[in-house]
Design a binder for this molecule. Structure first.
Ligand SMILES: NC(=O)c1ccc[n+]([C@@H]2O[C@H](COP(=O)([O-])OP(=O)(O)OC[C@H]3O[C@@H](n4cnc5c(N)ncnc54)[C@H](O)[C@@H]3O)[C@@H](O)[C@H]2O)c1
Length: 319
């Protein structure tokens, strides 16, 4: 049997965080969830509130935290443009001050620490698919910079703590992930399309819909987190995690219309500023080092997600 660990998950009440909490509890660990509920939802962690190995701390990671643990997963940060652009200065603070606080905590308690970085560090990439050695093309002063540059600076901090203080780090560059417990109104492509389809509203496609995305189902992503965290000390990343299967936004819209049996029509809108045109991970490293690749196909993943969104819309009286 694996050793039972005390694991701190920042952002544990969010989309990815709550799935990670679920998995860590199922694996027999003690989990301490740290979240300020900015974009998190208490309902995401409600099933675990009475669990004997689960604890919840309401805390903003931009302030120091003094707790004990063996491992830290640092996921706290709003992830969708509508949320991270709501208070850009706080987004930078969460990424930079938050990282410093969590790295300081890891150093004090001797914990290994995982950082949820992002494919956004590649910006609008000139190379395709993106490999970890690519330094990216990010606009440092645009409306997305608070997130992109915040995450880039967090990576810098992780590597400096590693070099300077010998901290055990794991930096994952996460590509688009979807699944149940995403926020319905986070403005991301999957949630937008599913809600619009279920409500029989026009499906809003930005640009001509030829831009591509590679979407990873949440349980696949969590499996990669667990494998990466368990690797030997010298494996520090950055490592791309995502699904390399690329599809156009237009084909995604059509697939969701089919799946929901919706009467929605597709409506084309102007492309937002600095929206990346193509994004696909090269996951050779993850395949080799983690013996991992996504297993859940788009049809199965979307079906689970649609079922969750449908239930949530019914609960809220929208359907
Ligand atoms: N979902 C994706 O496709 C994706 C892609 C790339 C990177 N990521 C990264 O993964 C992490 C989780 O993303 P998600 O999709 O679950 O987002 P989410 O918004 O659902 O979850 C983020 C959680 O962090 C919490 N939080 C935000 N600021 C905080 C602060 N200052 N202190 C404490 N808690 C705070 C929120 O309340 C929320 O519960 C983020 O760091 C995000 O940047 C996600």
């Amino acid at each position: 049997m694996k050793k039972r660990l005390n694991i701190i998950v920042t952002g544990g009440a969010g989309f990815l965080g709550s799935h990670l909490v679920e998995r860590l509890l199922a694996d027999g660990h003690h989990v301490l969830c740290v979240d300020n509920f900015f974009t998190g939802d208490k309902r995401n962690i409600e099933p675990y509130l009475d669990h004997p190995r689960f604890e919840m701390v309401r805390h903003d990671i931009t302030y120091p935290l003094y707790i004990e643990g063996d491992r830290i997963f640092n996921l706290a940060c709003p992830a969708s443009p509508v949320n991270y652009q709501y208070d850009p200065v706080q987004t930078v603070r969460t990424n930079v001050h938050g990282a410093i606080n969590m790295l300081g905590l890891a150093r004090r308690i001797g914990a290994r620490i995982f950082q949820a970085s992002t494919s956004e560090v590649y910006g609008d990439p000139e190379i395709h698919p993106q490999v970890e050695s690519y330094w990216g093309r990010v606009n440092p002063i645009g409306p997305r910079a608070c997130y992109d540059e915040g995450k880039r600076c967090a990576e810098t901090l992780f590597f400096d703590y590693h070099r300077q203080h010998g901290l055990k780090i794991k930096v994952a560059r996460i590509f688009n992930t979807y699944g149940p417990r995403m926020q319905l109104d986070d403005g991301r492509v999957v949630s937008n399309f599913i809600v619009q389809a279920l409500l029989n509203q026009p499906i809003t496609v930005y640009g001509d819909g030829s831009q591509t995305r590679s979407l990873c189902y949440v349980t696949d992503m969590i499996e990669a987190f667990i494998r990466f965290m368990d690797t030997d000390e010298e494996v520090i990343g950055p490592i791309n995690l995502g699904n390399p299967v690329e599809q156009t936004i237009l084909s995604l819209a059509e697939q969701i219309i089919d799946l929901t049996g919706s009467r929605s029509k597709i409506e084309f809108m102007p492309l937002p500023i600095n929206d990346p045109v193509r994004r696909r991970p090269d996951i050779s490293q993850a395949r080799e080092v983690l013996a991992w690749e996504p297993r859940v196909g788009c049809a199965a993943g979307l079906a689970e997600t649609v079922a969750y969104f449908e239930a949530t819309l019914r609960r809220d009286g929208e359907l």
